[in-house]
Design a protein around this ligand. Sequence first.
Ligand SMILES: *Cc1c(COP(=O)(O)O)cnc(C)c1O
Length: 339
Amino acid sequence: MSTGPEPPAAFGTAFANTMVSVDFENGQWGTPDLTPVESLSLHPGSHALHYGSACFEGLKAHQGVDGKVRVFRMDRNVERMQRSAQVLHLPVPESGLLTGMIRGVVAANLEEVPKAPGSLYIRPTLIGTEVNIGAAAAPTQSALLYVICCPVGGYFAGGVRPLRIAVEVDQPRTTPQFGMVKSGANYAMALGVIMGAREELGVDQVLFVPGGVVQETGATNFLLIDSHRIITPALTESFLHGVTRDSLLRIGMDLGYEIEERELTLDEILDWASRPDAECALSGTAAVLAPVGTLVHKGEDLPVGSGQPGPNTLRLRTALTDLQTAEAPDPYGWLTEIV
Ligand SMILES: *Cc1c(COP(=O)(O)O)cnc(C)c1O
């Protein structure tokens, strides 16, 4: 039971007091250590700093209406980190190890879990620590796995503001072989395009539609929604398989929406936006489900439907947040209670 402090204003800038970390050395993981959040001591020749052997995860713990704290879909995020580690040839943490670390660090920070719509954002991070700048074409032999946490406020704290999204048809977000990896390198690759679009078009984000096929934005998956359908790109290796996306499709299906996971083209989304009842939204752990008000294509503004947050987007979003805070039942077993 925790009352929780007021969440800070800026996402990701304030950290809960306790972190947990463990080293991988000589072919095996050590024992995780809970410590105050402190600076890392890292050799300047560490593998991650030179050759990009780094990946991370993002998930949340929510304070329920009953005061209990629960982590949302931890197993999915653990699996995804294992897949990221595999693709980057980092040591893959066993599920039990990482799950135990997440549980432990949330338990240690229980008093810092804000009340809804705030939550505790959990950031597992895995980096290659081998000291060898000659290992450009070799996997790191040692690694550090740690989990830090941030008390965060609700994304819609200042009221729901429909987003302005630029459609980028030339550049992909990242390389095809890294699409499914939650790695900082992917964010670095998308940054130039996103900054350019912000400056030129005043947009919030960029939707990557290379070659006319929809992938995702810089950090969220993309969905078309109306009163009876949810349409989203089918899972391919070109984009990150969001846990929020998966959860919304499942909840949407059980609410009676038809779910279409398939290839989504530029023509189709432009067409869709022009319908009066059309809704578009972005899904991710931080944003949950954020309405898109305007698509900017070839320098032209295309309002999506009414240009305002749509009723189906808000309905799906509320259904998900109600489950996360135990306001509604959890028929899927997605929540892990932390005591
Ligand atoms: C993390 C992430 C998402 C959203 O995934 P969730 O599991 O829903 O938080 C989408 N796209 C990218 C590129 C991401 O890194």
